[in-house]
Every structure is written in C-alpha cells, then in structure tokens.
Design a protein around this ligand. Sequence first.
Ligand SMILES: *[C@@H]1O[C@H](CO)[C@@H](O)[C@H](O)[C@H]1NC(C)=O
Ligand SMILES: *[C@@H]1O[C@H](CO)[C@@H](O)[C@H](O)[C@H]1NC(C)=O
Ligand SMILES: *[C@@H]1O[C@H](CO)[C@@H](O)[C@H](O)[C@H]1NC(C)=O
Ligand SMILES: *[C@@H]1O[C@H](CO)[C@@H](O)[C@H](O)[C@H]1NC(C)=O
Ligand SMILES: *[C@@H]1O[C@H](CO)[C@@H](O)[C@H](O)[C@H]1NC(C)=O
Ligand SMILES: *[C@@H]1O[C@H](CO)[C@@H](O)[C@H](O)[C@H]1NC(C)=O
Length: 490
Amino acid sequence: MLPTKVFIFILICYRATADVNDRYYPRYHLAPPYGWMNDPNGFSEYRNEYHLFYQFNPNSSLVPGIAHWGHAKSKDLFRWEHLPIAMYPDQWYDKGGVFSGSAIVENDKLYLYYTGNVNNPDQYPDHQQHQVLAISTNGINVTKQVINPIINGTEYQPDFRDPKVWKYGKTYYMVLGNSFHDNDTNSTLGRALLYTSKDKTQWNFASILDESDGSLGYMWECPDFFELDGRFVLLFSPQGIQPSGYKYRNLYQTGYIVGNFDYKTNMFTPITEFVELDHGHDFYATQTILDKAKRRILIAWMDMWDQNYVEAEDGFTGQMTMPRVLSLDKNNRLIQRPVKEIASLRGRTRFSGRARAGAVIRLRDKAAEIHIKSSPNNDLDILIESSNASNSVLISYNYQRGLVTLNRGGKDGVRRTKWRPESDKLHLKAYIDASSIELFFGNGEVTFSSRFFPTGAVKVRIGGSNDVESITVFDLQRTIDASYEIESED
Ligand SMILES: *[C@@H]1O[C@H](CO)[C@@H](O)[C@H](O)[C@H]1NC(C)=O
Ligand SMILES: *[C@@H]1O[C@H](CO)[C@@H](O)[C@H](O)[C@H]1NC(C)=O
Ligand SMILES: *[C@@H]1O[C@H](CO)[C@@H](O)[C@H](O)[C@H]1NC(C)=O
Ligand SMILES: *[C@@H]1O[C@H](CO)[C@@H](O)[C@H](O)[C@H]1NC(C)=O
Ligand SMILES: *[C@@H]1O[C@H](CO)[C@@H](O)[C@H](O)[C@H]1NC(C)=O
Ligand SMILES: *[C@@H]1O[C@H](CO)[C@@H](O)[C@H](O)[C@H]1NC(C)=O
C-alpha cells in the first residue's frame, strides 16, 4: 500500500500530511513521516542544530525497499522537523541502496560518508559495496561527489559497509563493518576495519580493530569507535551471535568492547568482553556523536528486523530511541542516561508520592516519564496496562534472584538480566510513548528498549503486594507528528 500524500500550499510553507494513523505514532521520538525507517545515519550538529538522517523507504511502510536517506533536524533532540529526502538511490554505485553512514562537519560543510550498495539485495551474492562521499553546504541539499567511490574495497567484498568517520589531530579516521572468510576455521566472521585519510577523500587501510573468533557472529554492522572517560569503546551490531541464557535473545545484537587504543600504531587492545548494550527487544544499529557540549550522545533504531509490527499497516515503520548520554564507569561499563533536554517536554505532574499496591495512574495521550524509588530489598512489579491485556508490559525486580524483567506478553515477550540496585534505593526511570517503552535502572547501567502496541488509554498499575515508596509521573508534551513543514525557497 502506498501512503497517499496531500500537498497543501500555505503561504510560504508546504505542509505534507501523510496517511499515517496516529494510534501508535510516537509523540516525542523521531519516526519517519511515512514509509519505512531503519538505521540512524549522519548524526551531526550543523549550524547549531542536530541533524539526523536515517535509512528510509518512502515507497512503503511494509518493506525496507531500496534505501534512501530520510532527514530531520532539531535544536533540542526532541522537537524534530522533517526535511526533504536527502539522498535517492540514483547513481550506479548506490542504485541498490543509499546504505548507512555518518557525518562530520568542517568549514561550515556537512560531509556525509555512506555505503553505496550496487545491486539489489535480492540479487545477493552478486553485489558490491563501496564507500562514497556526499557534501551539503546548507544542511538540506546534498551533492554526491564526482570522485565516488572513494573506497572500492575489492578485497573486502561483498559485506563492507557503514563508515563512521571522525577526526583526531590532523588525520581523519573511518571505521567500517566487514565480514571475512577465515581459512583456519573455514567460517565467515565479522570484524571492524580502520582506515585513515589526510584529506577526507583519499583513504588507506590502517588496521583491523578487532574481529570475531566465531562467538561474535559473521558480520559486524554499524561499527562506532570513540574515546570515553580515558578508554576507547568499540560499539557495533554483530549478526549471528547465538542466544545464551538471558543474553542475545534478539535476532541481531548491539554491544561493545572497551579497551585501549594507540593512535600511533592504530592498534586496539580490548580489556573487556563483548557486552550487550540494551536488554530490550528493539535496539539496533547505534550511532553516536560528540556534541558541542562534549556529550557522547547515542541514538539507536528502536525496532528489529523481521518483527512485522502492526504499525506497518498504519503507514509507518520504525522509530529512534530517545537520545542518551554515554559515560563509562569504573568497571568499564557503559552507562546511559536520557539527555537532559527531556525535562523541557514535561507537562503536568500527574502523580507524585507514595503509591499503594494496586494503585492505578492513567497516562495522558499514552506518553509519560515515570520516576520510581523503592526499597532494594523488596520485589517490585509495575504494569503498563492497555485495554487489551495481551498488549501490556510488566516490569519487575526479583529481589531473591537479583533479576530485572520486561515482559511485553505474547510470543518471546520476556527479556531479563541480572541486576541489583547499587545504592540504598532501587531507582527506575521509564519512558512511555504510544508504542514504546524505555527503562533505565539505577544510574543507567541497565536499560531495556522495547516496542509494544497498547490499545485504548495507557495506565500504570502498582502490582504485587508492596507499596512503592515514591513514584512521580510527568505528562510529556508532543513534539513530533507525521507531517512536515518546509520553508520554500520562494
Ligand atoms: C520508489 O520511489 C522512487 C522515488 O524515490 C521512485 O522513483 C520509484 O519508482 C519508487 N519505486 C517503487 C518500486 O515504487
Ligand atoms: C535545494 O533543493 C531544492 C529542491 O529540492 C531546490 O528548490 C533548491 O533550489 C536547492 N537549493 C540549493 C541551494 O541548491
Ligand atoms: C573505483 O572503481 C571505479 C570504477 O571502476 C574507478 O573509476 C575508481 O577510480 C576506483 N576508485 C578507487 C579509489 O580505486
Ligand atoms: C583463504 O584461502 C583462499 C584460497 O586458498 C585464498 O585465496 C585467500 O586469500 C585466503 N584468505 C585468507 C584471509 O588468508
Ligand atoms: C568450507 O565450508 C564450505 C561451506 O560451509 C564447504 O563447502 C567446504 O567444503 C569447506 N572447506 C573445507 C576445506 O573444509
Ligand atoms: C488483543 O491483542 C492481541 C494481540 O495483539 C490480539 O490478537 C487480540 O485480538 C486483541 N484482543 C482484543 C479484544 O482486541
């Protein structure tokens, strides 16, 4: 089904309203105006606004199709404005998809590095992936460069993609995801390759940052590499990791390895194992930036391949997580906290105080921020209820077992991980938004990001038999919808 678009001319603005049903459309998370969204791309800060591009199929919300780059910008990471499609698959090197990539800003120009996918993914294995460059001088119009492709990567085909670029000193660095054949084990393994450049266009292979030994999958997508609190973090989305206990339950994972890196030798020395970054159902293909306030901000696709969520019938598929600030704690764990700008969305305080077991708080417009403080020595059960019990979420802490669980019901509804409060109180922040829930336990050392599809009003119920010492529920204002306004040139 193609979404029908209605264009209405209003003074100097074009307003395009897609045929998108609002029931599951996020109120404050970025989602496509219509069609299909997957990976975040080209996350950047340009002329004092955050820009976020994303894998976009304008033709349908039912299938990923041939990727375009969708585009939005925001001053505060929540009030997003949809912009025209930034890139179409219109060159010989990207006719099979304008695949994922990243951005750097220099001399008031936005440099967009991405992977051109040559053939239709359906024609696999007859495909090639090249790294290419496009430039924008106004933050809207994007020009693909005539020198493309800048990296052919003949020896790394066919899975060679997702360039993430940064600058250190006078050198530019690019980390790329790759899949290679290991002759010793006769298996296909994932790895992250590092390239360097002095001029942003001519690139040379520098090193293999790290590779799978077989336990970490056959392909590493969307690698990112950055310094944080004195260490280096290799963050990536491996494909092919087998489920193990509570871990790796999703089709594909996202996680990180912390280590040390030497810019002289380009060698990365891991000091931790691979750790999953989020424990929910829908968290993939992360991208980070260091913004002007020196925050390392992360955003992920809050969806997963092969889910076929009901929203697809509503004219859109996919959304981004809320932006989170990363830090590294003394145990080399990545800590995630919602960016502070979320506070500017707070409306009325719907409830604040002690809540008895069984208490019910009804949310306004299916959107809320919830802060909970409770005893670390009691079980905790919080229900996020929909009018249909099978579309509700149960959040629980099991004191005996030291486990936190998110159960969204249905097939494969449970995600859990070991965790105990590390302070004298159990702290939990939960963000609900029409068809998603994000949980931040403790200081942000454990998070869950999952989609769920509530019908009717959404209510928070204190389950179990214990009172909750303190619960505060804030309304969150709507900051985004499925329409977009573009100031016309004339
Ligand atoms: C998809 O959209 C493009 C415009 O970007 C259009 O040219 C193309 O024909 C569409 N393809 C399909 C299969 O609808
Ligand atoms: C940007 O693209 C739009 C059409 O998409 C065009 O009208 C406009 O002239 C372009 N602006 C520049 C500066 O190239
Ligand atoms: C990549 O291949 C294209 C087409 O064969 C060629 O024109 C271009 O010079 C090559 N670029 C590099 C960097 O090798
Ligand atoms: C694996 O073996 C093949 C065939 O012998 C060879 O072409 C290839 O270079 C080898 N790969 C590696 C990574 O050594
Ligand atoms: C390597 O694996 C492939 C496919 O899994 C198989 O066809 C081939 O015989 C194997 N080669 C060796 C040397 O074991
Ligand atoms: C409740 O949701 C389930 C799963 O989405 C669905 O199969 C069922 O039909 C729904 N029931 C009602 C009464 O809407």
